[in-house]
Design a protein around this ligand. Structure first.
Ligand code: NAP
Length: 262
């Protein structure tokens, strides 16, 4: 029997969908290199080590090039079999009322840092002609995000980028899968400052189920997966509906103070 142990990098693994993705890996006997920006990543690592796998935690800001490089260096040249490019955050409120630094941090985390890490790890995978990449996009990428304009824009980028990269890597032995969750019960909305919006009151999927859907789709080498039936229907409608209508519908969900008006 081979004693080869695969290694996965999971970004944004301290909480939510990323932690659940890391748990899927641990349950499958996959060693882990996990990253997030706060100390909670250490607690996540301690919990994941309860499975019989090696877990290393890296605390780094993935919005910064140095943060991505610190994470990449932590693999110390060990081949990465799977990359879960999942770290991301949102930002509520009207664009003109947002802090530009915060808006830029959303872009730098969700887009710039994400694709920088994918490029570094992806080059190694292509060289070895082997690897799986799961990118956490969102069904938000289909919907102009009134009161969440920058965030939804980043996810439109990521959804599109994921399909293009997959096509470029055809026949290289490296697969790219885009996980597109809908509203999921994580720290996301609190962190985005959206606790007074109607979207917070709607039923949400659990992060464990969303992560399992993404993990299984990646293992099958699927191009994309929308988690949950309601979200699947919503994504079909969103792909066909006029952008102006979608932007108005999003306003009702994400307008600051809309929670009170339900
Ligand atoms: N929840 C939803 O409704 C939903 C729906 C569709 C897609 N998504 C996507 O799913 C992914 C995971 O979000 P979640 O819902 O699980 O939210 P979450 O519970 O807030 O988790 C976000 C994770 O990303 C990390 N992170 C954020 N910015 C980072 C940065 N600059 N550097 C390093 N780590 C960073 C956070 O760590 P720190 O706390 O240490 O920063 C945390 O581990 C995101 O890409 C999000 O856009 C979420």
């Amino acid at each position: 029997m081979s004693d080869y142990r695969p290694l996965a990098i999971v970004t944004g693994a301290s909480t939510g969908i990323g932690f659940a993705l890391a748990k899927c890996c641990a349950e499958e006997g996959i060693d882990l290199l996990i990253a997030a920006n706060e100390r909670a990543i250490e607690y996540a690592a301690a919990e994941l080590r309860q499975a019989d796998v090696e877990v290393e935690a890296v605390k780094c800001d993935l919005a910064e090039e140095q943060g991505v490089e610190k994470l990449y260096a932590a693999a110390r040249g060990r081949p990465v079999d799977m990359l879960f490019a999942n770290a991301g955050h949102g930002l509520g409120d009207a664009f003109l009322d947002q802090s530009f630094d915060q808006a830029r941090h959303v872009i730098d985390t969700n887009i710039t840092g994400t694709i920088y890490l994918i490029q570094k790890v992806g080059r190694d995978m292509r060289e070895r002609r082997r690897g799986r990449i799961l990118i956490t996009g969102s069904i938000a990428g289909f919907i102009p995000g009134t009161y969440s304009a920058v965030y939804n824009g980043t996810k439109a980028f990521i959804d599109s980028f994921s399909h293009a990269l997959r096509a470029e890597l055809q026949d290289t032995g490296v697969t790219v899968t885009c996980l597109m969750p809908g509203a999921t019960d994580t720290d996301f909305f609190k962190r985005a400052g959206m606790m007074d919006t109607r979207v917070v009151q709607q039923d949400k999927d659990g992060p464990a189920g969303v992560a399992r859907t993404g993990f299984d789709a990646m293992m099958r080498g699927q191009d994309e997966v929308v988690s949950g039936w309601t979200n699947k229907i919503q994504s079909v409608v969103a792909r066909a509906a006029p952008a102006g209508l979608l932007a108005e519908l999003h306003r009702k969900q994400a307008e600051p103070g809309s929670a009170k008006n339900k």
